[in-house]
Design a protein around this ligand. Structure first.
Ligand SMILES: O=C(O)CCC(=O)C(=O)O
Ligand SMILES: [Fe+2]
Length: 334
């Protein structure tokens, strides 16, 4: 298939080495085992008095699912379909040449990635490809295509949902009312379209390496294939796909702004075993100048020093480049 990135060819040397090395990935666990699914809290946003449940989930889990979330099911389904056909099932050469569905300037922060260009061991390989979309770039896409309209609709509705949830969470940790409305705008957030091609060696590599998100909140829609895992009490557990629900997770900025009350949890994705997998993530983020402050409440001192989102991004990008991984919030501890 001419749309497949050359994973096998590129990483074959690393497979050679792996025969001698026992790879310490726990990819064997939980793939099809119902008992190992974790019960991520499910919140019905159509009901009254949901605030307590949302705050508890963000505190104990860092992850929750929402139904009656306001994004029509046909928008989600059409986005998944368009993403497959119009974005990822284009020839590999076209995907590499064009930053997005029509050529974007090189200065744009949107872009295409597959695998990990610098991987020197199987532990560093992500068996996936992704488009990172900086939302202002949507306006330069071809007009009136179903893909553009599903992306725009998803982005707009995910933005309002994120703002609503963020205000509920922010109030509890004494953030200024209106903070999110004043700092997070439709053109400061990101989206990522992810595709996980079927992997011939799914127990040896991951689909997406363990990471936390740098956003305030992330909203994810995943198809029915499954494989997203979160780290809970030191163990990786699978989040069972629910086609009616959106997943919400706390990102690093909210962990800092809540002084560690809400948790930005590490998550990863198993490589796809039998069927390719798709997901779309919306990263609710502020403008680069926004200051993130962590206030201790009562006896507890502030955990993190004050920093701007620009500083956080620059530090993370630098660490990814130099160390292969984002160090994240621990750099900003007091
Ligand atoms: O594919 C998924 O379900 C999650 C992807 C993810 O964690 C991300 O894009 O940051
Ligand atoms: Fe993520």
């Amino acid at each position: 298939m001419d749309y497949e990135p050359p994973f096998m060819k590129t990483y074959s040397d690393l497979f050679g080495e792996s025969e001698q090395v026992n790879i310490p990935l726990v990819v064997d666990t939980c793939r099809n085992n119902n008992d190992k699914f974790c019960e991520v809290p499910l919140i019905d946003l159509g009901k009254l008095n949901v605030e307590k449940g949302i705050r508890e989930a963000a505190t104990k889990w860092g992850f929750f699912q929402v139904v009656n979330h306001g994004i029509p099911q046909d928008v989600l389904e059409s986005l998944m379909r368009e993403q497959m056909i119009k974005v990822f099932h284009r020839p590999f050469a076209t995907k590499c040449e064009q930053h997005f569905v029509n050529n974007l300037s090189a200065s744009s922060s949107s872009g295409y990635r597959w695998g990990n260009p610098s991987a020197t061991s199987l532990l560093q390989v992500s068996w996936s490809e992704a488009y990172h979309v900086f939302l202002p770039d949507l306006t330069s896409m071809d007009h009136d295509t179903p893909l553009r309209s599903s992306l725009k609709c998803f982005a707009t509705k995910a933005g309002s949902l994120a703002e609503r949830l963020a205000e509920i969470l922010g109030e509890e940790v004494k953030m200024k009312s209106g903070y999110f409305r004043e700092n997070c705008f439709p053109n400061t957030s990101f989206m990522r379209l992810n595709r996980y091609p079927v992997c011939p060696v799914p127990s040896k590599v991951l689909g997406f390496l363990p990471h936390s998100d740098s956003s305030f909140l992330t909203i994810v829609y995943q198809d029915n294939v499954g494989g997203l895992q979160l780290l809970k009490d030191g163990k990786w557990c699978v989040i069972k796909p629910n086609p009616q629900a959106l997943l919400v997770n706390v990102g690093d900025l909210f962990q800092a702004a809540s002084n560690g009350v809400y948790k930005s949890i590490k998550h990863r994705v198993l490589a796809a075993e039998k069927e390719e997998r798709y997901s779309v993530a919306y990263f609710y983020s502020p403008s680069y100048d926004t200051m993130i402050e962590s206030h201790g409440v009562g006896d507890s001192a502030s955990l993190y020093r004050k920093f701007s989102f620009r500083e956080y991004k620059q530090q993370s990008d630098k660490d990814v480049k130099e160390l292969g991984d984002k160090v994240g919030l621990s750099r900003f501890l007091l």
